[in-house]
Design a protein around this ligand. Structure first.
Ligand SMILES: C[S@@+](CC[C@H](N)C(=O)[O-])C[C@H]1O[C@@H](n2cnc3c(N)ncnc32)[C@H](O)[C@@H]1O
Length: 221
């Protein structure tokens, strides 16, 4: 997916991926991911309300998003007036209420501090297969060994639709060398995402995984 694809989506307000409340998997599974109020990374964050949920539980949240208007909308809709500053990695971030939203390409992002936890909802599935390995390798570089995160993916019959969001299978996840993968939940998602069913996604399921960053000695990264 080229940056222009996403910029156009934001420009035209075609953001059906955005939920008007936080993802319910957070309440069910986040307490088992990390009990400590440490630093959490949200790659390809859009303006997801999940970041508010995490910040309200004491985490320092860093989101990374290509599109400035998404980042500005996140703070505006929260009623927070952010400060803008340049980061050591050369990208710009808006900061408010312990949420740092970095504007730019995730692949150019370098975390300023060790990241203890991460949330990938709508990030890996936003990328075609040709980009997903590089994405997971970079995510693995960004987080501390042993860090855990939630990954939320979709599966559906690709005869009627083929992303985004793309299908990410358990077999694909099991083949990557950076993270241990544990499936926490698999649920029918046809009622939850009618816009995807309308686009042709038959048999739509949403799957929640726990990822655990292997120690560097076990992975290749
Ligand atoms: C499917 S949306 C999901 C947004 C958010 N995670 C959510 O759940 O609402 C994918 C987002 O990733 C952003 N994006 C795509 N490629 C990116 C990249 N290389 N670096 C940073 N952001 C990117 C897009 O602008 C878009 O907002």
């Amino acid at each position: 997916m080229e940056p222009g694809f996403w910029r156009e989506r934001w420009h035209n307000g075609e953001i059906a991926f955005h939920r008007d409340r936080f993802h319910p998997a957070l309440e069910r599974f986040w307490p088992a991911i990390t009990g400590d109020p440490g630093a959490v990374l949200v790659p390809l964050c859009g303006k997801t309300l999940d970041m508010r949920w995490l910040a309200q539980r004491g985490h320092t949240v860093t989101g990374v998003e290509l599109e400035r208007r998404a980042v500005e909308a996140f703070f505006h809709e929260w009623g927070v007036d952010p400060l803008e500053r340049e980061r050591a990695d050369g990208l710009v971030e808006l900061v408010g209420a312990d949420v740092h939203l970095v504007i730019g390409d995730f692949f150019a992002f370098r975390p300023a501090t060790a990241v203890d936890g991460f949330l990938d909802r709508g990030a890996l599935v936003a990328l075609p297969q040709s980009m997903r390995e590089a994405y997971l390798a970079h995510l693995a570089d960004c987080v501390a060994p042993g860090a855990q995160g939630l990954l939320i993916t979709f599966e559906y019959d690709t005869a009627g639709m083929n992303g985004p969001p793309f299908v990410v299978t358990a077999a694909e996840l099991g083949a990557q060398p950076w993270f241990g993968v544990e499936c926490l939940e698999r649920a029918d998602a046809t009622a939850e995402y009618p816009h995807l069913v309308e686009r042709g996604a038959r048999g739509l399921c949403e799957i929640v995984y726990r990822l655990t960053r292997f120690d560097r000695s076990r992975g290749t990264g």
